[in-house]
Design a binder for this molecule. Sequence first.
Ligand code: GDP
Ligand code: GDP
Length: 437
Amino acid sequence: MGFTVAITGRPNVGKSTLFNRLLEQRKAIVDNVSGVTRDRQYGVADWNGKNFNVIDTGGFVPDSEDIFETEIRKQVKIAIEEANAVIFMTDVSTGITTLDESMAEILRRSTKPVFLVVNKVDNSERQLDATEFYSLGFDNIFFLSSMSGSGTGELLDAITELIPEEEAEAATADNELPRFAIIGQPNVGKSSLLNALVGKERTIVSDIAGTTRDTIHTHYNLFQKDFILIDTAGLRKKNKEKDDLEFYSVIRAVNAMDEADVCILVLDAEKGITAQDVNIFSLAARKGKGIVLLVNKWDLVEKSTNTARDYEKQLKEKIAPFTDVPVLFISAKEKTRIFQAMETALKVYDSRKRRIATSKLNDVMLKAVAAHHAPVVRGNSVKIKYIMQLPTAVPSFAFFTNYPDDIKTPYKNYLENQLRASFDFKGVPVRIFFRKK
Ligand code: GDP
Ligand code: GDP
C-alpha cells in the first residue's frame, strides 16, 4: 500500500528543487529502469527503508495569470483529499504573501497532516527571518534549504514516521486474486474498456481499509478467469468539476498503481503516447509493477500491412530502456482483443510471481557469463560464482561475485537481457544485485 505526499505552494518557493532532492536517494538504486523525462512531477522517495510517493503539484498549475489563484486553491484541496500528507512550502526570502495566507487557511482546516516548510533558509540571518512563519499556525514546521539539502533529513524523518511498517509484500497469500489497475489519461477509453469487459455488472467488492482512496475494485470472473480490476474511471463521472484537473487523474492513477500487481496502461491510438504516459509508465516500472500497454481506439486508425508493427516500434522508442513489454492494439468500442488483453495481464502476473529453481537459473546464467565475461577492472578479473532469485514480490536476482562494485551498467544490462531471453519476463521489471562472495 502506498503512502502519498503532495508538495503544494505558490510558484518559485522551491517545490521542484525539494522534489528532486527527496527523490535523489532513490535514484542510485533504480536508475536502470528510469528513462524518465525532465518534467517529472511525481516519483518515489526512499528514506530509512520506507517508500512514499511524492507529487509536485506545481507542474499541474497552468501559467495563465487570471485563473492562477483559483487553480492553486483547487490544487490544495485535491492534495488534501487525495494525498496522505501535505507539504506546504513557503519562501523565507519573500516572507508570507497573501497567497500563502489563503492556502494556509484551507490547509489549517484539513484533517490530514500538514508539514509547513519554510524554504531558502540558507543562512543564520534567514533562520531569524523564518520565525515569522510560526504565525501561519502549523505545529509541524521545518526550516529548509532545498538547494543545499539542509533540513531535509528532519522532514523525511517526520514524514516516514507516519508510514506504517511495510508488511512484506512477498507474504501475500497464494489464494489472493491478481489485481490489475486500469490506468491512463482522461478519455483514452478506460470506462469503455471496463464496460466492455464487465458490462453493467460492476460491483464494488472491497474498500481498502484504512485509506482514503476511492478506487473501485471489481471482481472479475468470466471464462474461468478470476481477478480484481482496479479502476478510477467511473469516479470521474461523479466528480465532474475535479475531472478537469490532470493532477487529479494522476494522483488517482498513482494510488491505483500501488494497489495493483499489474498496471494496464491504456493509450489513445490517435494521440499516441504522451510525456505524461511515459512518466506513469516509468513510475510503474520503478515500483516493480507488471505492465501491459493497450493502444485503444485502434478502430479509428487507418491500417496497412505494417501499421501495428511500426506503431509498436515507435512506442518502444519512447518507453526505452524498459521495452520488453506486451503491446496490444484494441478497440473497447468494437470489443477487439479485449479478452486477449486480460489474458496477457494474467500472463504478466504469473511471470512476476514465478520462482526459478536455483539449479536452472545457474545452468542458464553461468553459461551466459561464460560466453561473455564481465570486463576486467583495475586488473581484477571479475568472476560471477552463482546466482540466486531472492524471495521478493518483484523478481530480483543476486549475482554473487568477488568484486560487486566493479560491475558496471552495460554488463548488468547484458545479464538482464540474458535473463529475459531465457525466462519469460515480458512486462515484468526485474532487479539485479551484485553481492560479495
Ligand atoms: P517551484 O516553482 O516552487 O517549483 O520552485 P523551484 O524549485 O523552481 O525554485 C524556484 C527558484 O528558487 C529557483 O531559482 C531555485 O534555484 C531557487 N531555490 C530553490 N530552493 C532554494 C533554496 O533552498 N535556497 C535558495 N537560495 N534558492 C532556492
Ligand atoms: P475514459 O475517460 O478513459 O474512461 O474514457 P471513456 O471510456 O469515457 O471514453 C472516452 C471517449 O472515447 C468516449 O466517447 C468513448 O465512446 C470513446 N471510445 C472509447 N473506446 C473507444 C474505441 O475503442 N474506439 C472508439 N472509436 N472510441 C472509443
